[in-house]
Ligand binder design. Sequence first.
Ligand code: FE
Ligand code: CA
Length: 519
Amino acid sequence: MGQDRGPAPARVSRRGFVRGMAGGAAGLVLLGAGPLPGGDPPLPPNLPDGLFSLGVASGDPVPDGVVLWTRLAPDPLNGGGMPAVDVPVRWQVAHEDGFRSVVAEGTAVASAALAHSVHVDVRGLRPGAWYHYRFIVGDQASPVARTRTTPRPTSRAGLRFLVASCQNWKDGFWSAWAHAAAEDPDLVVHLGDYIYEGGQGGAGIVRDHNSPEVATLDAYRNRWGLYKSDPALQAAHAVCPWVVTWDDHEVENNYAGLVPQVEAEAPGFPARRAAAYQAWWEHQPVRLGRPTGPDLRIHRTIDWGALARFHVLDTRQYRSNQGCGTEDLGEDCPDRTDPTTTMLGPEQEAWLGQSLASSPATWDVLANQVVMTAMPLAETFFNHDQWDGYSAARERLFAQLRAAQANAVVVTGDIHAAGVADLIGDDLSGAPVGTELVGSSISSRFDPATADVAELLIAGLEHVDYVNVRQRGYLRCDANPATLTAAFRLVDTVATPTSSITTASTWAIRAGTPGAQLA
Ligand code: FE
Ligand code: CA
């Protein structure tokens, strides 16, 4: 390939480029194009077919690079199916899908200790450029996928990003992902509930889980194997880089910090959280060091030129225990407004204040999980799992948004509903500090028994512009320096593998003016 490498950064030799990455983010295990000290691990003989059954992915783009991901798993529902040895994996990045002009390549190690997952932090790419990539092991090649870098830091070129969350396998098929793949997005932002930890069976399920509720590393990995095997999901990963965070179901419903849903299970919960976080890391294209216990910092900033800064939040790992009882929905109580409670934890709170204050971007997009705007139902009931249950923490965040004079757009998952609202706190008559877009769910259902009353009560709030709890889908956002336009793309049904999709409504947010108008 010597003279055939196209417009690679000429000043860096391929080997030097690859070696240069080895000092990057801790835990991204990288080998040079030449042998490591001690040598590449040998290619094991007789590897099974179907090494790339979980597809490929890319994520956390920067102006000069992106993280490439795969996991070797010929038998993903049963421990992966790989021999218990490390395996060398070639990777290649090219301008076109024929790989005639390879601009970067190298060898990474798929470590048996990390479920033969591979994370490659490719650097030396051009800003604002599209690439193709693939992985190769022996005579097996992965699917070819597209990815891109972010624009140069001063660019305000337009951006199309999709927002998605909540893909309960049992609740339905993911035709939304097949449609998402056809939207030509620059970026997909996933707000969590990528997997659900629950067991099998139950009323009204569309397809079943592969096991009882998962709580061990092996069981979480097999659950990830099930979810990642979906062809529509793989297709959506193959069209652009993703930025992912997590919600509760990657570990357990409604956990708060180190407090599990069933408090009697607290002694074993750090080990469970460690297993769940490791399995998450093994399956996501993130530029994060590998987890080594129950803690994993995932809050981070992704800049899209000077147009948008994504503040990626984690509202589960550090939150105080829910104050007003263990149910989601309950009456108001003094703990709801206790100033000592936290949603983000002190370190993440300080980081967010800095990330907002230093933002060069027109749009500050908060990749959030639970609904942030005030949502009193029948005046006295609150969902205490949401920011409403952490009212003082919300006021501190709003103060940060005001201080930064941010064009704040909060994108939210968790609740399996589509919605648009002014971002407002307990003072319902106060001025909004931004706009909240709640992005529906890929497949997770909203309890049909409460759909009517929920829509009635939520739509009755003056600062809520739109609510739809009945359809599944995602949000398509087009941002430019003047306007962020958000279209709710909702499928007709998740009961069948394919479905048509419609734009249920479209909203425009003008820079400098909180709130959305029907477009
Ligand atoms: Fe969910
Ligand atoms: Ca929950």
